[in-house]
Design a protein around this ligand. Structure first.
Ligand SMILES: NC(=O)C1=CN([C@@H]2O[C@H](COP(=O)(O)OP(=O)(O)OC[C@H]3O[C@@H](n4cnc5c(N)ncnc54)[C@H](O)[C@@H]3O)[C@@H](O)[C@H]2O)[C@@H](O)CC1
Ligand SMILES: Nc1ncnc2c1ncn2[C@@H]1O[C@H](COP(=O)(O)OP(=O)(O)O)[C@@H](O)[C@H]1O
Length: 294
């Protein structure tokens, strides 16, 4: 199977996508991200994704998490709005219209269990009528016959879906989709994108971003990013870009580049040894400047 992997996008191409706010912007016009995240086992993942979303420009970041995780999420940032995930209503979702865009991220800090998280994931796949990013433990639940069917239905309805698996999660998705064994890298990203009708960002030292039309590479990152929780930060960044009305593949490409540049800026200040995931949102301004050239 031969195909071409597009080279990483240039700074100029990425800069053209940056969501600078209009002078008359308000918090809702700047995009509302509903983040369904943070099981009792992993409240920290919700905190990481939510604070990253705020720094990546979303005007309103609303977290729906397990009741036991509420305190941790509220303590992470006073400007976050947090509710028990029992109140998440995917059919109402974020208010969606061209002047009030929105998106949903689901799965950061999910443990991949079926009883509570399963219905949250399946109902969101079915009923959320805006751009949806599936990450973390929700990918384990998506890796099922029901998940594949609901993903196909979203694709038929033209509803954007972004998947952000690491290598282990990608193997689970590939098995569920009965892909050829042993696919890796760009080929795996491309086949997953086709099977799920989604944009796939297959994360690693080089991240491959694919949709039905092709695959591109993103290799700006650093091993400083190889720490628990950095993937949750990435999901929050891409989710915020989706919420601001940027297309799915562009959001994935810009989000991965901003995440990588934040990692590099953090490494510069803190060394590759000492960077931790919670450092990254505070280096997003440096990442924006590196890409924008200002
Ligand atoms: N502070 C927190 O609350 C954190 C919560 N997290 C959440 O924890 C949940 C479980 O995620 P995990 O990734 O730990 O567990 P998984 O069960 O998804 O992954 C565990 C297994 O997948 C494989 N794997 C993991 N990373 C891989 C990679 N980069 N390449 C190849 N194989 C890999 C390994 O076999 C590993 O044993 C997710 O919902 C995630 O969001 C993690 O992001 C870590 C930080
Ligand atoms: N050696 C590396 N070089 C560059 N980027 C890396 C490297 N290792 C990990 N990353 C990046 O760090 C992030 C890790 O995400 P993930 O494995 O989902 O972490 P977690 O589940 O702990 O949040 C991804 O964006 C990945 O591309």
């Amino acid at each position: 199977m031969t195909f071409t992997v597009a080279p990483p996008r240039t700074d100029a191409a990425l800069a053209a996508l940056l969501p600078w706010p209009a002078p008359d912007a308000h918090k809702y016009s700047r995009g509302r991200l509903a983040l369904v995240a943070g099981s009792p086992a992993y409240p920290g993942a919700a905190c990481l994704a939510a604070t990253a979303s705020q720094r990546a420009g979303a005007g309103y970041t609303e977290v729906f998490c397990a009741g036991k995780s509420l305190l941790a999420v509220r303590a992470a940032s006073p400007s976050l709005v947090a509710q028990d995930w029992r109140h998440w209503q995917p059919s109402r979702g974020a208010a969606l219209s061209p002047d009030r865009p929105g998106a949903c991220v689901i799965g950061c800090g999910f443990a991949g269990e079926g009883k509570t998280e399963g219905p949250l994931v399946m109902e969101t796949l079915h009923a959320f009528a805006g751009p949806l990013l599936v990450d973390g433990g929700a990918l384990t639940l998506l890796a099922s016959a029901t998940g594949l069917r609901l993903a196909a239905e979203r694709a038929c309805a033209g509803l954007p879906l972004v998947l952000t698996p690491h290598g282990g999660e990608a193997v689970r998705l590939a098995r569920a989709a009965q892909l050829e064994e042993g696919l890796t890298g760009a080929a795996l990203a491309r086949e997953l994108a086709r099977a799920f009708g989604a944009v796939v960002a297959l994360k690693g030292p080089c991240t491959y971003i694919a949709d039905g039309a092709g695959v591109e590479a993103m290799d700006r990152g650093t091993a400083a990013l190889a720490k628990a929780g950095t993937g949750d930060v990435l999901a929050g960044i891409i989710g915020a870009l989706l919420a601001q009305g940027i297309g799915a593949r562009d959001s994935a490409a810009l989000g991965c580049a901003l995440h990588a540049e934040a990692g590099r800026a953090a490494e510069e200040a803190r060394t590759a040894i000492c960077v931790v995931a919670e450092d990254l949102p505070s280096y997003l301004p440096a990442a924006v400047r590196a890409i924008a050239g200002r």
